[in-house]
Structures are given as structure tokens and as C-alpha cells.
Design a binder for this molecule. Sequence first.
Ligand code: CP
Ligand code: NVA
Length: 298
Amino acid sequence: MRHLLEIDDLSADEVHEVLVLAGERPDLVLAGHGVALLFEKPSLRTRHSTEMAVVQLGGHPVSVRADEISIGVRETPEDIARALSGYHAAIGARVFEHQKLERMAAVSGVPVVNLLSDEGHPLQALADLLTIQQEFATLSGLTLAWVGDYSNVARSLALACALVGIRVRLACPSGYAPTDADLDRVRAIPGADIEVSSYAVEAVKGADVVSTDTWYAMGQEAEAVVRRRAFEGFTVDGALLEQAGERAILLHCLPAHRGEEVTEDALEGPRSRVFVQATNRMHAARAALWFLIRDMQP
Ligand code: CP
Ligand code: NVA
């Protein structure tokens, strides 16, 4: 049984295969089937893009907020996954603790897809690659600069870039940079090229893609004051983007905290591709589900 808990659950070839599927007219591989979508945290893009992806594959999405099922409280992740496997062709879940996804995947009779956990956001990374590929008609050989928190989104994107041959230049304040284990995981991918600095300009200089994420994730709001102080100097603004390559684009998974990790002028400026990227969430989700479902068919 294949699951998509992190982007490196796919090989480099499989990532490319999913990106090709994202541009193809979908087969109705989910006709007569459901997909369960569980959300422990709020979502706009992920819920809508994944629900519509299921519809485009001919299936029926059933979205449930965590307060209805309380994963691990009302019942265990294992019991939830086993019950849902009897009704659905796949299970997607947005959880606080990544471990809940691993526990569901360990017993699930159908593919489990990470819709964002504390560790990663693989469907976002696929949409980001799709957006970069559409812009540059290639992936290999490009450079992506990540400015700010080495967040769940950053973690998946760094792995995704390594898989397709994009160089990664990170600028993170101390305490919010990748751990040695994070870097080892990226560097275990053949051809990976990832470097970390503490200066935004150093990372962004000449980059083809500049990306960032909020300084505090959903659930980390209590740390906002401390984090705002730690991340001073890590705002992506128009002046910083001028340091990037001539054709450079700006990505942001959204939602954005305007005036913190990114300024209004950068988000609304000519380099911004954030709404193309948001739309690509649907194409990426459809392709990922299609790939996983197709893999199950004899
Ligand atoms: N980028 C993203 O996952 O957005 P949502 O939190 O709105 O789903
Ligand atoms: N890092 C953010 C991403 C939201 C899509 C969070 O986890 O809240």
C-alpha cells in the first residue's frame, strides 16, 4: 500500500510522473468511491483543492473537522483508519502530530495522504514544483531561496527540490533553521544541494524562486511575540526580491501574514505567483490521488 506522508515517499521519477499527470485530462478513477478528508486545523486551499480534485476524478469527498471525531481522543488513529478504509478509496488528514498519520498509514487498507502535519506538507510541495515548472519550463538546475522559518512547508519543499535537482539556499534565524537530521534527510537524496545561512540577501542573491511561510504556524500563535522578534530581518519585500535573478518569482503557500514574513508590495508585485500556486494545489492533489489510486489497481 502506497501512502504520501512526505514528498520523499515518492522517487524522483515518480515526482515527475505526478507532475505530468497534473497536466492530463483526468480518468474517473474514483467513480463510485469516496475520499475521507480529516482536518484538525483550519484550511481554505487544502480543503477546497482536494475536494475538487476528488470530484474531478469522479469521486465523492467527505470532509470532517476534528471536533467531530477527535483523532486519538474519541478513538485511536488506527481505529479511524480501519473504519474509513471500509468506505473510502483514500484518506487525507491534516493533523498536529505527524505521528498520527504514521499510525493511520500503518493499518490503513487505502492510501493515506498528508494534508499538512507539524512535519510536512507534501501536496503543497508538489503544487510549488508545478508552478516553478510552468514558469521556467524546467526544474533541474534552478535555485530556490527559502527565507524564514524552516517550517513544515519548507521541509517538504526542500526535499522536493532535491528530488528534482533544484538547488536550495536557506536563510533562517538561529533556532529556526533545519536540524542536522533535517539536512541529512535532504542530502540523502542523490544530487541534493542545500546550504543554510543566516542572511536573507545571501540566500536570495541570483535565485530563480524565492519562497517563505508564516513565522508561526497554526497552533503556534502563543509564540507570535517571541517569533516576531527572532525573525526581524527575514521579511521578503520588494527590495529583497530585487536581489534575486532577473526572472525570479515569489511563492508563498498562503495564508500570508502581510507585513511579517512578506510585504504587500512583494505579494502583489509582478514577481508574485502565489495565486497560480494556490490554483495548482488542485492540479497537484488530483495528480497525487490519481497516482496513488492507479497504483492500487491490478
Ligand atoms: N497552503 C495551505 O495549505 O492553505 P490552507 O491552510 O488554507 O489549506
Ligand atoms: N506553516 C503553516 C502552513 C500553513 C499552510 C502552518 O503550519 O500553519
